[in-house]
Design a protein around this ligand. Structure first.
Ligand code: GDP
Ligand code: MN
Length: 381
């Protein structure tokens, strides 16, 4: 008898349970998923609309854009870290594609793992030889001597040949690789970077809707020894092509004397979100080709960061360059972390505000704020 009662109880419980799940499924009652317990959920657009930071971002529609990474097979494990952070903080909600470029074929392990980690489509491209070798006007002996001399002087990457091909490729070619031709915007990601805050609005869409062409999160001074003749090459280009120089440009950011000399400020190009169409424009190609003729990618060690930055600061309007202060970012050895506590809480940031590089002596971001008559955001020391 006692046994029967117990069974009846179980039966009744089971019936109640089944009825509950039946009703839930019939009425489309949604049980909250685990993500909504993690933190208060706000849509990106709601968040940004409230904050009024990215005017014009009012749809989750995707833009014709891709992540792009130049890497070697040996960069795999450092790249895995970068992909994971980009996916967790942003791309899992958007599933943008990712293009990987290499001067050698990517191996199967690289492709297998990166494809597993990227939520969008992945594409793997081999760089054509003529984009990763010496143009015919370069004297290779002179280039080798320059490398040896810079190595002796202990200039960073001074003795490296591949680093020079890399800088030249990022300056003048990645945006015209066949795999990049169908996209309008790119977001450059290097190995071992970190994003410390959620990115709750689509920066690509922000760029497009606000006619932005180039963006940055960290800016700093370039080593003089890597670019002794860069500015004279730029001046020659500006004289030959006054039609490419923009009115209302950001010349003040890169020169303290109206263009006579370069103050070495540049946007740090290991992070970039930008317009591919701008880089493919006649304006930019004329600029790159003019610089390339002068040979400084090989006889000196011109970086793609000052090359891109000078192009942006002279050939774009100042308001076409965006400083993304709420994209918190790390690439060795510098961090960009919002000092404003509310921003860090709202965006679930994990960076230490003390690590923020923006207002340190070696940063150019204070100059950017001055040139643009911006006041530092609340809480920024
Ligand atoms: P740093 O950030 O200036 O110290 O330079 P990195 O070593 O990070 O190189 C910049 C980017 O170019 C990274 O995405 C690297 O993976 C990539 N890179 C550098 N050298 C080469 C190379 O020889 N071949 C390829 N395929 N990628 C390279
Ligand atoms: Mn790097």
């Amino acid at each position: 008898m006692a046994v029967n009662v117990r069974y009846t109880r179980y039966l009744a419980l089971a019936l109640v349970g089944m009825t509950f799940f039946y009703l839930v499924s019939r009425t489309n009652l949604q049980l909250p998923n685990s993500a909504s317990f993690a933190r208060p959920v706000q849509s990106y657009n709601e968040f940004k609309a409230n904050k009024n930071e990215y005017p014009g971002v009012n749809s989750t529609e995707r833009v014709n854009a891709t992540f792009v990474t130049l890497a070697r097979n040996s960069d795999l494990w450092d790249m895995v870290k970068s992909i994971r952070t980009v996916e967790d903080r942003f791309n899992r909600e958007y599933n943008y594609d990712w293009v990987f470029l290499n001067d050698k074929e990517f191996d199967d392990e690289f492709k297998k793992l990166t494809t597993a980690l990227v939520s969008g489509k992945t594409h793997y491209g081999l760089i054509p030889k003529e984009h990763w070798s010496y143009p015919e006007w370069i004297d290779e002996d002179k280039a080798a001597e320059a490398r040896a001399e810079m190595e002796r002087k202990k200039i960073i990457y001074g003795g490296s040949e591949s680093y020079r091909h890399m800088c030249r490729y990022e300056s003048g070619f990645f945006f015209r690789h066949p795999l990049m031709m169908n996209y309008e915007y790119y977001w450059r990601v290097e190995p071992s970077i970190e994003l410390f805050c959620d990115i709750r609005a689509d920066p690509f869409r922000f760029m497009k809707e606000n006619d932005k062409k180039y963006s940055f999160v960290i800016s700093l001074y370039e080593y003089e020894a890597t670019i002794p003749s860069l500015w004279s090459s730029v001046k020659k280009f500006m004289t030959n092509h006054p039609e490419h120089i923009a009115e209302d440009n950001a010349m003040e950011f890169i020169s303290d004397n109206g263009g006579e000399t370069y103050n070495k400020c540049h946007f740090w190009s290991n992070f970039e979100i930008g317009s591919l169409e701008w880089l493919r424009s006649k304006q930019y190609i004329d600029y790159f080709e003019s610089l390339d003729q002068d040979g400084g990618f090989f006889y000196e060690r011109w970086g793609d960061a000052p090359v891109h930055s000078i192009a942006a600061a002279t050939m774009l309007r100042k308001d076409q360059i965006q400083f993304f202060h709420d994209i918190a970012y790390y690439h060795v050895p510098f961090t960009h972390c919002p000092n404003d506590e509310q921003t860090r809480l709202d965006l679930a940031c994990s960076c230490k505000p003390k690590d923020n590089f923006d207002w340190r002596d070696y940063s150019c971001t204070n100059k950017w704020f001055k040139v643009n008559h911006l006041s530092k955001p609340d809480g920024w020391d």
